[in-house]
Each structure stands twice: as structure tokens, then as C-alpha cells.
Ligand binder design. Structure first.
Ligand SMILES: [Zn+2]
Length: 113
């Protein structure tokens, strides 16, 4: 992981063409796959992979609050609340700023908003 915005922690893992989820990404249904990202010895968050309306892979970085990653930025604790680690439940919903995809991760599954 590299080059987040030092002020806000915003991070764009998939900028540029030709990116796709790694083979170990977890299928959570509805065409979504989660890539768990480690940083400083703990899970910092997930990359939420999904298809855009054109059928190409799109993704967004979803930091976990209270992780070392989430706590390092000037704007404070950035990211999503981890309601439950296993199976994963996050709050609030995930809205992709790139393609508009919107839904929730609840009990390890993607739930459309
Ligand atoms: Zn998207």
C-alpha cells in the first residue's frame, strides 16, 4: 500500500487501466470481491472490487476505523466502523465514487442498497 493522501487518508488502489482483484480476493456475492490489506501487522481495510456498468473492474479502498492505518491521518480516525470482523460487517454503506455502485457489507455478504 502506498501514497494515501496524508490529510484525509483517501487512497485509490485501482487508478489506471488493467487492474483486477488478486486471486486471494474473497467473493462476497453480487459480483463483489474483497481484498484484505495488511499494514503494520494488522488488517487496515479492504479493497472492494466490483464491475462498473460497462463490465470493467472497478474498486474502492475501505479503511477500517481504529486500525493503525485509520488513525494516522490529520483528519482523525478515517474509514468505516467494523461492527463485526468475522463474518465481516461494516457501517455505514459503501458508495463507489467512481461508478456509483452502492451497498452494504453485512455478515460477509454484499447487500445492495
Ligand atoms: Zn465502482
Amino acid at each position: 500500500m502506498s501514497e494515501p493522501d496524508s490529510e484525509t487518508g483517501k487512497y485509490h488502489p485501482a487508478e489506471g487501466p488493467g487492474r483486477e482483484p488478486k486471486a486471494n480476493a474473497v467473493d462476497i456475492g453480487e459480483g463483489h470481491r474483497l481484498e484484505f490489506c495488511q499494514w503494520q501487522g494488522e488488517t487496515a481495510g479492504v479493497i472492494d472490487w466490483h464491475r462498473n456498468k460497462a463490465g470493467a473492474w472497478c474498486c474502492g479502498w475501505v479503511a477500517f476505523k481504529q486500525s493503525k492505518w485509520g488513525l494516522q491521518f490529520k483528519s482523525g480516525d478515517v474509514g468505516w466502523d467494523v461492527i463485526q470482523r468475522e463474518p465481516l460487517t461494516l457501517n455505514p454503506s459503501l458508495l463507489c465514487k467512481t461508478c456509483g455502485d452502492h451497498g452494504f457489507i453485512r455478515d460477509g455478504k454484499w447487500v445492495k442498497a
